[in-house]
Design a protein around this ligand. Structure first.
Ligand code: AMP
Ligand code: TRP
Length: 327
């Protein structure tokens, strides 16, 4: 069975964009691959985080993974920071990655502009991500489009390491990018991606939002003045984003949705979208509430820690030998 690894950062509250674009893909994959799903908590501290909030976000993300349907019996679920070999392998990879490529990463360019006096970790971030992937000999890495460049860098790092040390030590991973309709726009500014870090929370549906908030946000979503429920991202980004949500959560095709709502007004459609979102999120929230403070959650993480430590330790001992750090 091929191996898959992926993770999300606990850098804020999880949105329906994360659910549709990332978590659901993990759920679809769990029967197809040997899956490793983690919380990239060490990546989160590349930008300043409040320790209390970070701690809460980490635990909530694990509970949400499981509440959304990631089955702890089918996936190894773990915290990146629980496995200290990630940082050790990352260091060795840092010493095998040309400095110049890091400054060319799109995400680094964006984030370094946004955060004054940013820290070195923001630059070396993709190397830690390469370690996360390469330690596990992952075949595939499902990520959003914005992370594709980092997975490509992980491939480059693996290839040049293998070449330099004349070995086939690292497996070359493949990025898997979710399909286009999976990209959910912000409800207020639908030309932008819905993002956990958006300033205006009215445009973002969080998985833990109350039913009233979900309905209010969807009814208030930006559309256009045409009164035509048609998927056209370029000219009608608002209605297209709502169609994308409806499509993703009901499984109806875009054409079926357009047909179903022919001649209907936006208010009717928005109400139906809100119903679908509420019906999806309420059961997730119920499972979440039972899990988040449970011992079951701690047991799952402890199990993930032990399983991944074993794999990562073996890989680390070997890489030390390859580069000459063994006794
Ligand atoms: P982020 O929250 O930006 O760290 O994104 C983590 C992952 O969630 C991305 O790599 C995407 O796979 C997914 N994702 C985030 N926002 C959206 C969105 N608006 N639409 C679809 N997928 C998203
Ligand atoms: N950088 C990814 C993000 O922000 C999270 C991540 C860290 C990751 N390490 C990874 C994803 C390894 C896939 C594989 O979304």
């Amino acid at each position: 069975m091929k191996r898959m690894i992926t993770g999300l950062q606990p850098s804020g509250r999880i949105t329906i964009g994360n659910y549709i674009g990332a978590i659901r893909q993990m759920i679809n994959n769990q029967d197809l691959y040997e899956s490793f799903i983690f919380v990239a908590d060490m990546h989160a501290i590349t930008i300043p985080q409040d320790p209390e909030a970070l701690k809460k976000n980490i635990r909530e993300l694990v509970a949400l993974y499981i509440a959304c349907g990631i089955d702890p019996n089918k996936n190894v679920i773990f915290l990146q920071s629980d496995n200290y070999y990630h940082a050790n392998v990352s260091w060795i990879l840092e010493c095998n990655t040309p400095f110049g490529v890091l400054g060319r990463m799109t995400q680094f360019k964006d984030k370094s502009k946004k955060h004054q006096n940013f820290m070195a970790g923001l630059l070396t971030y993709p190397i830690l991500m390469a370690a996360d992937i390469l330690i596990y000999d992952a075949d595939i890495v499902p990520v959003g489009k914005d992370q594709k460049q980092h997975v490509e860098l992980a491939r480059d790092i693996a290839e040049s390491f293998n070449k330099r040390y004349n070995t086939e030590f690292f497996k070359i991973p493949e990025p898997v990018i979710s399909k286009e309709t999976s990209k959910i726009g912000d409800l207020i500014d639908p030309t932008k991606k819905m993002s956990k870090s958006a300033e205006n929370k009215k445009g973002v549906i969080f998985l833990l939002d109350s039913e009233a908030d979900i309905r209010k946000k969807i009814m208030g979503a930006t559309t256009d003045s045409e009164m035509n429920i048609k998927y056209d991202v370029e000219n009608k980004p608002g209605i297209s984003s709502l169609i994308a949500i409806y499509h993703e959560l009901t499984g109806l095709s875009i054409a079926e949705i357009e047909e179903k709502y022919k001649g209907q007004n936006y208010g009717t459609f928005k109400k139906d979208v809100a119903d679908v979102v509420v019906n999806t999120l309420i059961p997730i929230q119920e499972r979440f509430n039972k899990l988040v403070n449970s011992k079951e959650l701690d047991d799952i993480l402890e199990n993930g820690k032990n399983k991944t430590l074993e794999i990562a330790k073996a890989k680390y001992e070997q890489i030390k030998k390859i580069v000459g750090l063994d006794r």
